[in-house]
Every structure is written in C-alpha cells, then in structure tokens.
Design a protein around this ligand. Sequence first.
Ligand SMILES: Nc1nc2c(ncn2[C@@H]2O[C@H](COP(=O)(O)OP(=O)(O)OP(=O)(O)O)[C@@H](O)[C@H]2O)c(=O)[nH]1
Length: 313
Amino acid sequence: MAIQWYPGHMHKARKEIEEVMPQVDLVIEVLDARIPYSSENPMVAQLRGDKPCIKLLNKSDLADPKVTEQWIEYLEREQGVKASAITTLQPAMVRMIPDLCRKLVPHRDVIEKDIRTMIMGIPNVGKSTIINTLAGRVIAKTGNEPAVTKTQQRINLRNGIVLSDTPGILWPKVDNEASSYRLAVTGAIKDTAMEYEDVAMFAAEYFLKAYPEMICERYKIDNLPNSDFELLEEIGRKRGALRPGGRIDLHKASELLLHEFRSGKIGQLSLETPAMAEIEKIEVERIMAEKEQARLKKLELSKLKQSGKRHQG
Ligand SMILES: Nc1nc2c(ncn2[C@@H]2O[C@H](COP(=O)(O)OP(=O)(O)OP(=O)(O)O)[C@@H](O)[C@H]2O)c(=O)[nH]1
C-alpha cells in the first residue's frame, strides 16, 4: 500500500528525523540512479547540517552509466557529499557501504565506537533491499509497490555500523511537475496517482530525444517517430496492442513501454541529467519566489482591509 503524503505526514517525518539527527554520525540518502534529482529530498540537506553524507545512486544497473558518472561528479562537487553508484543486484557492492562510512567518519573508528547511520530515501528506491543485504537477513520488507518500509529497527550490522531505527521514508518531490512525471515513470509514485497514458507520453518524448537508437532497436522501428504519440502508436502496432476494429490500444502500449523501461528491457536509460536539474532548480526557485510575493501581497491587502474597517467603525 502506498503512502499518500499529506502536509501532516511530512511534518511528522521531519520531526522524527530532527529528533534522531543528534545521535547520527552519518546520513545515507538512497537515490534512484535514473533520477538522482527527482528522487532526492531537499530536507535531507537542511536537516543533516554539516554531518557527512553518502548519496547512494541505487538501481544503477537500470541507468545510463555515462549519465550516472556525470551525476556522481556533480553531486560531489555541488553538495560536498560522497556519491556512489550501486546496484543491489550485486550484493558485493552493497557490502562496500560500511567501508565508505568508515572513510567518512574516521574519528569514530579510532575510538572504536560504532558509526551511527541513518538510511533515508523516498519510497521504492531500494532502502529495504540495501538494509537486508547489509544485515545478511530479512529485516525490512521489500516490494515493487512503493512504501512498504513502515519502520526500521535499530540494526547492529556487527561491522562497526549501527543503523538508526527511524523510519527513513521521505516524501517525493512535490514542487516540480517534470519530477513528478519522472517519479511516476520509474514507479516511485503509484501509477494511479497520474494518468497512465500521460506518464507514458512523458517517457516516450524523453526517450525519443535522448535514446532514439535504443528505442528503435527495442521496438524494431525503422523510421524515428515524430512525436511521443506516434511512438506509442508504433509500439502498439509492433506488439499487437490493438482494440477490436484494429485501433491501437494506447493504454496497453503505454503499459508495455513503462514496464519494459522499469525492468531494464529497453536498456540502461536515465531520465535526467545534472544540466537538466540545474535549469529546473532555477525555474522552481522562480515559481516559489512568485508564490511568496503573491502571498505577501494578499497579506498586505487583508491588513489594509482590516484597518479600513476599523476606521469606518
Ligand atoms: N533493478 C534493480 N531493482 C532494485 C534494486 N534495488 C531494489 N530494487 C527493487 O526495487 C523495489 C523496491 O525496493 P525496496 O527495497 O522495497 O525499496 P524501499 O526504498 O525500501 O521502498 P519503501 O518500502 O517503499 O520505502 C523492489 O522490487 C526491489 O527488488 C537495484 O539495485 N536494481
């Protein structure tokens, strides 16, 4: 069952993290390597202060390796964190995480105290799978549906690392429409939250632009379609997703594209680059500033009205 994030949930999650943060030496934020910007929660940067942080770009088996490299370089440069690409399909990669932690918090190692870490991330990025792999046993439930990690227990990994028992689930990005779409394309936002065909169109448009050859190869298309709609039609035709009367079943074609992307059948594709994120961040800031201006104006107007009434009275 997916969590619906309401302001109340966000406030509660924030408070819980604020409470445990003083007992944490190191923060691990798990991101989806295909969408490192859209799957990150800006609150992590606010709450961790100057505590060391590792950003794990998980599911790197599904992401474009070249773009993942760009992201690692960008995150380390811009955010002063340690960034690392992993995939839980290779447990040996996950078992390197304690070594990374020890490098970032050497003083705890010297005084032979456990390094206290908190693993955080939005739903479905792979937190539970990472925790279970580190612990060597099933502690957290995993699943394809977002939000199955309800609570984490305090977990002693017996290799000098202790995981905090705070629920590490954070809400997905809410301030950027493109991010919402990308989250839906990866499956981090439940399918029913948005129009399925719209989500597939968004993916189709990006794939046509960023990965035309891979798309044409997968769906055996000779001439590159001109639009997202045409691509979905072509996929429907090639895969026999037809309605009675021979019309293309767009819903089925959408399902095909999204499922095959999520399972890596099309190949290793990323949905955003650092350059795209930079542009979108500026746009988000502009919109936020506009909203703040409008709010202040409204406040001023209502104050003027109030004082007018008082004068009349
Ligand atoms: N391809 C691939 N799939 C992964 C990887 N890591 C996790 N998954 C899959 O992603 C899905 C979600 O993983 P979870 O570990 O349940 O994610 P979570 O972050 O704990 O999710 P919530 O409980 O919703 O917060 C599962 O189907 C996992 O098998 C990975 O590195 N590569």
